[in-house]
Every structure is written in C-alpha cells, then in structure tokens.
Design a protein around this ligand. Structure first.
Ligand SMILES: C[S@@+](CC[C@H](N)C(=O)[O-])C[C@H]1O[C@@H](n2cnc3c(N)ncnc32)[C@H](O)[C@@H]1O
Length: 289
C-alpha cells in the first residue's frame, strides 16, 4: 500500500477535502495540528488554526502510484505532497507483544494467556491493553487486589476493557455491575474468559451512568470511578445513594491540580477520604462514610 502525504495550512482543510471528494478520493485521514493543554479538570486539546495539517491518502498497490500522484498534483496545485510505501496492516499477521506490567504487589498485568491466573490479570492484546498501562488503572488495581472482596458487590463505572471488573473478581468479589457509555460487552467478556472468570458474575449496562438509573435497592460494597473529576461530581449524588454504610469508593482519573477541589465536593456528601495515592500527576482517592 502507498500513503501520499499532503502538507497544507490547516485553514485550507475544508477546501482540500472538497477537492478530494469531487475527484472521488475518499481514503483520506486529516491529521489536525493541536497542542495538549491543561484545564481545571485535567487535560484538553487545542486546535492550532494557523499551523500546518497533513492529509494522508491511502492508495492500493494495484494503482499506478506515479499516475495517481500526478493526478493529485494537478488537483492540489498549491500544496506539497510526497508518497511513501507502507506495509498494509493485517491483524492476523501482526502479533503484538507487550511487556508485563508489574504492580509491585505480587500481581502482574499481562497479555500472556499462559500466565499464572492466581497472580496475573490477563488482558487481550488489542486496544484494551492501552488502558491497562495507565497510572490510574494500575493504582485502582493495586487497591482492589490488596483486600479480600469475598462476598462483596462492586459497581465499576466506566469499565472500558473491564480490567477493574476482572481485578475485583480476582480479589474475590461476588458480583460486579459494570457500566460504560460505549458498548464494551465483547471486550469485557473476552477479558473475563482470558482470566477464566464465570460470565454470570457480572452484568454490563450500556449508557451514561446518570441516565441508566440503577434501582436504589441495589446497594454496593465497592464503587470504582476512573473517568475524571468533573465526571465524578456529576454522578456523586447517585453513587452515594448506592453505597452501603460500610462501602468503599475509589475515585481515580484525577490530576494533582484538581484533586483537592474534587475531594472537597466528595467529602461534602458525607464521605471521608482514607487514602490519596499518586503516580506522576495522576491521583487516586479512596473514601468511606
Ligand atoms: C479512563 S477509561 C477507564 C477504563 C477502565 N475502567 C480503567 O480503569 O482502565 C474511562 C471509561 O469511562 C467511560 N465513560 C466515560 N464517561 C462515562 C459515563 N458518564 N458513564 C459511563 N461510562 C463513561 C469511557 O467510555 C471509558 O471506557
């Protein structure tokens, strides 16, 4: 496969897109120029309207690349372009190998399906492992795996790959209600299977936490939210209603410039902070009543 890269001012991108569409060129990826910014809730992205963007156009091997490139030069007379030969991505051929992540408490996160399941959280090597690497995920897992959760019911809000759900069940939890705004069922069930965990030990609810309305009669021993500060505050009133009097709440996805503000709000709901852990700028808070 070939990739043709066009460099152009970002403000011209609409016009370029139109020209490409008129000429039946569809396999185009626009790489928007941006910088990462910080805001009161964590990180944001700011588009750089005056910078250059790149357009990547993917061209099949069956095309004559010189002719294709020549046509593009005609269409986009004012812009620089170059073509490079790339390997087509074939998920069946590409084997992704990740290093194990040592949680430094006797447990590892791994993609190795032969790993010892009594001390490993095994994740599929697809997109999921990315989230397994994050500081906040690692810290939540350390907290969950520290205690015996036998007989406990857990609510995992923003379950993603289900990595924390797997962690809670490994720690002995009886049942997990896992919620995510995306449909993550396939990925979560796969990760349960990789860890030899009975699928009947969880229910997966799809939707924004505040819209799915879990009955208040469902009470939990452990609630985990690893999404972000302001997102947690939007849910906190409802979360508190679902916590048993002895319950533990783990709030992660916070940064060290918002955790005091979030902490004040959470404590105003009658919860007491019992620990604060951080790695780099990422903060995880644990509460009880
Ligand atoms: C940072 S990821 C955490 C994934 C996983 N729990 C972990 O610790 O690695 C946040 C997840 O929350 C989900 N999410 C974001 N806002 C949500 C909301 N309001 N209700 C439910 N899920 C939400 C996202 O789709 C994403 O999967």
């Amino acid at each position: 496969m070939f990739k043709i890269i066009i460099e152009a001012p970002y403000k011209d991108s609409e016009q370029i897109n139109e020209l490409l569409l008129i000429n039946d060129i569809y396999n185009v990826v626009l790489n928007v120029p941006y910088i990462v910014t910080t805001d009161p809730n964590g990180y944001g992205l700011e588009e750089l309207n005056d910078a250059y963007a790149t357009f990547d156009i993917y061209v099949d091997e069956s095309e004559n690349i010189q002719v294709y490139e020549g046509n593009l030069r005609e269409i986009l007379k004012n812009y620089d372009l170059k073509s490079v030969h790339i390997e087509a991505y074939d998920p069946l051929k590409s084997e992704v190998v990740f290093e194990d992540i040592d949680l430094e408490n006797g447990w590892v996160i791994t993609t190795n399906e032969q790993a010892d399941l009594s001390r490993s959280v095994v994740l599929n090597s697809g997109g999921a492992f990315g989230t397994g690497l994050h500081e906040t995920t690692r810290e939540c897992l350390r907290i969950l795996l520290k205690d015996k959760l036998n007989g406990k019911r857990v609510l995992d809000i923003g379950t993603g790959s289900g990595v924390l759900t797997v962690g809670a069940l490994k720690a002995g939890a009886d049942f997990v209600t896992a919620v995510d705004v995306r449909d993550v069922k396939e990925e979560v069930y796969e990760n349960l299977s990789l860890n030899d965990i009975d699928h009947n030990k969880i229910e997966i609810l799809t939707g924004f936490y505040n819209t799915i309305l879990i009955p208040v009669s469902k009470q939990f021993d452990v609630v985990i939210v690893n999404i972000g500060g302001d997102e947690t505050l939007m849910m906190i009133d409802d979360i508190v209603k679902h916590m048993k009097k002895s319950a533990m709440l783990i709030v992660s996805g916070l940064v060290d410039w918002n955790d005091e503000r979030i902490n004040k709000e959470v404590e105003s709901k009658g919860l007491k902070r019992i620990s604060r852990a951080y790695e780099n700028e990422w903060v995880t808070l644990v509460y009880t009543f």
